[in-house]
Design a protein around this ligand. Structure first.
Ligand code: AMP
Ligand code: GLY
Length: 425
């Protein structure tokens, strides 16, 4: 099978690795300069924004299907374009991708389908006075979100009503660009965050193991929000009863609802959840695999990943291509460049990846590049080091042993990935 993979990060390196390790023979093609992806995939010189060029390549090369990693091209309609040319795609249409690309759309969709989520209202500039009134009706903290995609930076948890009003004002004034022209204001949900991924053909779905991301830059969940500093899987926060509720009240109605409304979701539906007192509510939906959750979740899967995704992309999900290893835990620690998520340097040589691999860790590249047969840092998040173990503490220990083996200037990582899960074991 021939697969074209779109995307550049750790999630895509992990997808490439899992596609390649399918039981069927798979050849992965990628236009990415990520050093990890380049080790696995055949590099093809394509402009990721030139959909016509990519589809010509797919047709000429007889590519069986395309897997799209990131949200931006999905929100831009890349899947619709390829499908219109007869190329199967694992990734939702532009209409279905609104579940991530527009928070007001997602919240109203959840309301229409009685999917549990925080109480909210959406406003544009014309309704600023109503937005203020709504803020005044809520107990702080109050959550203000820019409607559109903002690379994880469009959400502000405000400690006071005054702060919430000022954030709304700044969003309307353009501080978050087009994304902030509409805002969602919502109640704060307390609890533990967790994520779950569902592979779907728009009709049926397969749930992957649960996970928990660590979004803040500092230990103890302090400091700025990032793309994610580490994840572990499965998370004991989600016990069987909560999992049933998540399927019944969240994943099933979301997939059914999108189909009924005329935009079936084909791809990986990501539900970001807040779990409290054994009940999960949706914080957000994403229209793609999570990053770094994917690096923690996929190593727990056995079987034919490529055939599974192909079956979803072609409209008839075959769930038995895959099974989950129930006796393993995984922990992924992200190595970043100090300064991330703000300003950071690139171009430092990375040492020790093979040493980490030699003790059994998996190392996925987020922001790296090859030059002169050496590997250099090329992004804020640089690597994801994954440890596997029969218990969560073992997986954490293994991941940090791998972390110790790898060195580059300005290496920064959180020391507490996975610790939040231990108290629920
Ligand atoms: P989002 O992009 O909607 O996932 O929001 C980013 C982060 O903000 C989430 O991962 C949560 O940590 C936090 N967050 C968003 N909405 C809420 C909420 N209603 N209550 C508490 N925290 C939230
Ligand atoms: N790890 C959070 C995300 O992928 O959105």
């Amino acid at each position: 099978m021939k697969v074209l993979l779109i995307g550049n990060g750790g999630r895509e390196h992990c997808l490439a690795w899992k596609l390649k390790n399918s039981s069927s023979e798979v050849k992965v093609f990628s236009p990415s300069n990520n050093a990890g992806i380049q080790k696995i995939a055949e590099f093809v010189e394509l402009n990721e924004k030139d959909y016509a060029q990519i589809s010509r390549f797919c047709i000429d090369e007889k590519i069986d299907f395309v897997v799209v990693g990131p949200e931006d091209p999905l929100a831009n309609g890349i899947s619709d374009y390829f499908r219109s040319k007869g190329i199967p795609v694992f990734g939702p249409s532009k209409l279905a991708a609104r579940i991530e690309a527009s928070k007001s759309f997602a919240k109203n969709f959840m309301k229409r389908h009685q999917i549990p989520t925080a109480h909210f209202k959406a406003f544009t500039y014309e309704n600023f006075s109503e937005a203020k009134k709504f803020v005044q009706s809520l107990e702080p903290p109050i959550v203000v979100k820019a409607d559109g995609l903002a690379a994880g930076k469009g959400v502000v948890v405000c400690p006071t009503q005054q702060e919430a009003i000022s954030v709304i004002e700044r969003m309307f004034a353009g501080e978050f660009g087009e994304s902030g022209k509409m805002v969602v204001v919502e109640e704060f949900l307390a609890g533990e965050e967790a994520s779950i991924l569902a592979i779907t053909d728009g009709n049926d779905y397969l749930l992957l193991p649960t996970s928990q991301d660590h979004k803040r830059i500092l230990d103890g969940d302090k400091g700025k929000n990032t793309g994610g500093m580490g994840a572990y899987s499965p998370t004991p926060i989600i016990k069987d009863k909560v999992l049933e509720q998540i399927q019944r009240e969240i994943i099933s109605p979301a997939i059914k609802g999108m189909k009924e409304e005329g935009f079936p979701f084909v791809g990986c539906l990501y539900a970001g959840l807040m779990v409290k007192d054994g009940y999960a509510k949706v914080v957000e939906f994403n229209c793609r695999f999570g990053d770094p959750e994917t690096q923690a979740v996929l190593p727990l899967l056995k079987g034919d990943f490529a055939s599974l995704l192909y079956s979803a992309a072609t409209g008839k999900l075959e769930k038995n291509y895959l099974y989950v290893s129930n006796e393993l835990f995984s922990c992924c620690v992200v190595l970043a460049s100090a300064g991330y998520p703000d300003h950071y340097q690139k171009g430092y040589q990375i040492f020790g990846i093979e040493e980490a691999e030699s003790i059994g860790c998996l190392v996925f590249h987020s922001g790296t590049i090859f030059s002169d047969d050496k590997i250099f840092t090329n992004g804020g998040r640089v690597l994801g080091v994954v440890g596997l173990g029969l218990t969560l503490p073992d997986a954490i220990k293994k991941a940090y042993e791998g972390v110790e083996k790898i060195n580059f200037e300005n290496k920064y990582y959180r020391k507490d990935i996975g610790i939040k899960g231990l108290k629920y074991l």
